[in-house]
Design a protein around this ligand. Sequence first.
Ligand SMILES: O=C(O)CCC(=O)C(=O)O
Ligand SMILES: [Fe+2]
Length: 359
Amino acid sequence: MSMVMATPSDLHEFVMIQGNGVKGLYEMGLKTLQKQFIQPLEEKMSLENNEVVSQESIPIIDMSNSNNNCEVEDAICDAAEKWGFFQVINHGVPIQVLESVKDATHRFFELPAEEKVKYTKENSPSKKVRYGSSFRPDAEKALEWKDYLSLFYVNEDEAQATWPYACRDEALEYMKKTEALAKRLLNALKKRLNVNEMDEATEALFMGSRRINLNYYPICPNPNLTVGVGSHSDVSTFTILLQDKTGGLYVRPEDRHGWIHVSPIHGALVINIGDALQIMSNGRYKSIEHQVTTNGSKNRISVPIFVNPRPSDVIGPLPQILASGEKPKYKNVLYSDYVKHFYWKPHDGKLTLQYAKIN
Ligand SMILES: O=C(O)CCC(=O)C(=O)O
Ligand SMILES: [Fe+2]
């Protein structure tokens, strides 16, 4: 086997071009990690280096309709301001929908490489459907131990026509059934943005496009040497994330010391603020650094929905906020340029935001 993977280009051929993914490496019975995956000490899990794992937990918000909606909204705003990362329970998305999309994720990644390879950058019938491994394989110092399928949602018909059959209906259903939750979150968050009326144009600016990713993190032979996803903040307005029970997602709110584990809660969804909302809120709500560790004994999946502005939107601090005379901390940027900037470099904490910062 070491013969097969003798050089970086062999590895690239096997993982990316043939579509075996990192999962394919694991299935070959790899006993030690190839050096391409070994993160430099300063990058790799600062968890082990200088920073502690905190015993704290991110807020858990019960969104039951029986609870006072005003209190729920305040709890959402507080969590978004103070933490940027929280979990919601009784959120209205049926558990069956969550279970189905998790099953569908396994089903997709368990397809033979010949099937998955149809969706790589080189082969995919649509730019909006992409199967791959790592994040920026050609630019990273070290590869990430993760396979993904990324689905940009345009409309139902296009999704029906282009998304892989193995997960199409379930991913679409999950996306549809989280829409009301996304609106409810936005309606709560608007309270502290001086946005009184959520008209169609304003709503589209916050959530005019969506992307769903199916993430697969195979068992890793040397989990301490690499990462599933390197530290980054999302470029979304906010992200709705479903994770399985494995664990491994860590977050680091800015004013806190150390990384906090996002403990899996059955039936819960994880919500995190992204860069677009940090920019539009002029820093009131902050996107938060997070990373995913690898696991030596279990596969892990997660299914984030990135709730985004449309690529063609210009985003900047909202006029409603600046009306009070507050100085803008960010420039207006074309959202697609912002996203391009994110993908142009490897994961690097919150550095993408520098692109929009006024110095
Ligand atoms: O797998 C996870 O829990 C998080 C993944 C993530 O951060 C991302 O896809 O942006
Ligand atoms: Fe993320």
